[in-house]
Write a protein that binds this ligand. Sequence first.
Ligand code: ZN
Length: 311
Amino acid sequence: MPVCFDIGGTNIRSGWPDEVGIVQIAGQRATPGDSLADFLATMVDMVQQAPAAQQDFVAISIAGFADPQTGALTIANIPCLKGENLAGLLEARLNMPVVVVNDADCLALAETYAGAAKGAANVFAIVLGTGVGGGLVLNGELVVGVGGISGEWGHGPIVDPTAGGRVESLGYFQCGCGQKGCLDTVGGARGIENVHNALHNAERNAEQILDAWRAGDEAAALSVEVSTEMVARALSAFVNMLGPESIPVGGGLAHAKDLIALIDQKVRGMVLTTYELPLVVPAHNLKNAGLVGAAFINPTSGRPNKVRGVS
Ligand SMILES: [Zn+2]
């Protein structure tokens, strides 16, 4: 069984599956962001605190991408790991296999095997947090693409700045990936804020905009309509391409069940097939997706593109 890690810019959390596969948080340390030596020492220490029976391999969920060929990490919020082969460095110190998987991909594994999409073969799990991300399971297996990229529907300049003619034009917002017009700039919490600011010249945070929408505020309602329309239009094309049985939503906006229901209603009205039941649904693993998903990473392939079979 694995020692599981969820590594973010602020904290490193560890845990391991119990006899029924549930992962609880067992350890938590501040992330040493600037020193690779400190980072590795912290990880080794946390692994050694796990029961010996768990120490078959290390499964890591991280807010970045590991190149499947070289292990080199693309990561924004932990500077000391940029370009490093984290799996290789840890394997040399721990003498056990280490697998590193993107956190949205771990959400997809968690929801497929222990969440809202349990029993489904094809799952596109999406993240609506500060930005927009996603992870893809096809035929029960995590898809890990070239350079570790897959499921990243938030990037690529696809946005229609009129939201299907609902507004004259929002223009294009600059994205962190370097392009303008990515869904990431209009779809997550920051995206709703961008849209609201552009439409109404009013700076409010996403939570305030959603609360105003619920209270019947017309300006907020237009912002929510425009943002969800853009998300649904993009998502409908992915539904037609992938044929998913479920689209669980993680990230901070997943708590806004009414917002997710609105996106679901729009998407189901745009796709080629008929979904009788909600397709876009809140994920079940909203707090622990990284740890729970990491428990379903298969270590034997040496590459994070196979998941352990679960009956
Ligand atoms: Zn982008």
